[in-house]
Design a protein around this ligand. Structure first.
Ligand SMILES: [Zn+2]
Length: 236
């Protein structure tokens, strides 16, 4: 029985660019045997789906419900050992999907709580209130602006903490790949992905867009490819 199933057109349209997730029979066998190898001791993925991911193309994504979506180009670009390593990385995410759901829930509550605190201390504390009254600003728009500023900065601060947690998880996922494939195969898989997708931190060129890059990079959940490779080199 084939393990990986092709996404239905409806599912593809929901998550991906429409159409095209074609693999040859040999490529499907390569993916199926990589999944079988990673699941040799116990089942990890709820479902393995082949699709065409938006954005970073040569990639795979594991969702909290333990479904993994593998871009057909990833299967095409990687050899058997590299694919085993990448599926070993994804297996870590599937095994620890609940943890990240917990992080997401806690961080959302933290955003709200710190946003409310920012509004309270900002708009309602006596010195600020006095100043606002004095300047004639203590009206609904001023309160709304303070609320917005408070919530936004809380969101940025919490976002940065969550990013740090996610990057640690990514490193652990890379090391989990070593339980299935070799460090060398994971390194060469990352090098292939970097060559195909480009570094996530350098999507835009130019001075101004370069700054945008760096800002987006602050919240990128994956460490840079170079950093990930350096960690793996210690295990070659
Ligand atoms: Zn990952």
């Amino acid at each position: 029985m084939e393990i990986a199933r092709r996404l239905s057109e409806r599912e593809i349209c929901r998550i991906f660019y429409p159409n095209s997730s074609t693999l040859t029979a040999a490529e499907r066998r390569k993916l199926d045997s990589a999944v079988k190898y990673v699941e040799r001791d116990r089942k990890v993925f709820d479902e393995v789906l082949i699709g065409r991911l938006k954005g970073a193309a040569v990639n795979a994504i594991t969702f909290p419900d333990k479904r993994v979506i593998v871009d057909y180009r990833l299967v095409r670009c990687l050899d058997q050992d590299q694919l085993i390593s990448v599926m070993g990385h994804e297996a870590y995410h599937a095994k620890h999907s609940k943890r990240m759901l917990g992080v997401a829930a806690v961080s959302q509550v933290a955003v709200w709580a710190s946003g409310v605190a920012a509004v309270y201390f900002g708009a309602l504390s006596t010195p600020v209130q006095d100043t606002m009254v004095h300047l004639g600003f203590l009206d609904i728009p001023a309160l709304a602006a303070t609320a917005y500023a408070g919530l936004s900065s809380a969101q940025l601060a919490v976002g940065k903490v969550v990013t740090a947690i996610k990057r640690r998880e990514e490193t652990k996922a890379d090391l989990n790949a070593l339980n299935h494939g070799s460090a060398q195969s994971m390194i060469s898989a990352l090098e292939t992905m970097r060559a195909a997708n480009g570094d996530v931190y350098t999507s835009y060129e130019g001075k101004v867009l370069g700054l945008v890059n760096r800002f987006i990079g602050l919240f990128e959940p994956h460490p840079k490819f170079g950093k990930r490779i350096d960690v793996l080199r210690k295990h070659v």
